[in-house]
Write a protein that binds this ligand. Structure first.
Ligand SMILES: [Zn+2]
Length: 208
């Protein structure tokens, strides 16, 4: 764990980062930045794995669910990686033309409320989270988020951002880059953000 390696694509020596370092076919390591260059075409995804036991009365017993990450890069050769670079760039250009001039775009999967058990049976709201995938570009938590809804444009700011790397355990992060699964954390409720929304992220200078 945390050994260093030379990235197969850029040659830089970087520290192995569990869940962020990608491996091409034959275990050739790629640094996060080099992997991110083609994540627009080959995002990681996760699937649910559930284990169940059949019992005599026909009900499942001891059912257990966990996430399993799937990385399409694991099946690619270095040659295929190099070929994917211009292909990813043309998809990026097409999406830019379709989506507009935002710094980044984030597709929403879920809008959740995290509650905290404050003891003695008291449950209090902790924060509000919007999870999803960065479909284009890269941004930081300080950037302004635009939500286009019912003919209006609402402007909000997240308080922080988290990356979802392994399992479904989020890790606080300064930035979310292209193709990454992440969470935007808000102190206030954002009921106007729905699953399926595409949030437009603008630069910090556009804050009002
Ligand atoms: Zn690299």
């Amino acid at each position: 764990m945390n050994r260093t390696f030379a990235c197969t694509a850029c040659g830089r020596t970087v520290r192995e980062d569990d869940g962020e370092t990608a491996y091409l076919k034959d275990d050739l390591p790629l640094c996060r930045e080099c992997a991110a260059k083609i994540r627009i075409l080959y995002p990681r995804s996760f699937t649910w794995q559930s284990t169940y036991t059949e019992s005599s009365d026909g009900f499942d017993a001891g059912s257990d669910e966990r996430t399993v990450w799937v990385d399409p890069l694991a099946d690619m050769t270095m040659e295929e990686y190099r070929e994917a670079l211009p292909a990813a760039e043309s998809v990026r250009e097409r999406m830019r033309a379709e989506l507009g001039g935002g710094k980044a775009y984030f597709r929403v999967d879920d809008n959740k409320r995290r509650l905290k058990n404050a003891g003695k049976g008291r449950i209090v709201p902790s924060d509000y989270t919007v999870s999803g995938t960065v479909i284009l570009g890269s941004f930081t938590a300080e950037d302004t988020i635009r939500v286009h809804r019912r003919g209006k444009t609402l402007t909000v700011k997240a308080d922080s951002a988290e990356r979802i790397i392994k399992g479904l355990v989020p890790k606080p992060s300064e930035f979310l880059d292209e193709g990454c699964h992440g969470i935007l954390v808000f102190k206030e409720d954002v009921p106007f953000i729905y699953p399926g929304d595409i949030l437009e992220i603008c630069g910090q200078e556009e804050t009002v």
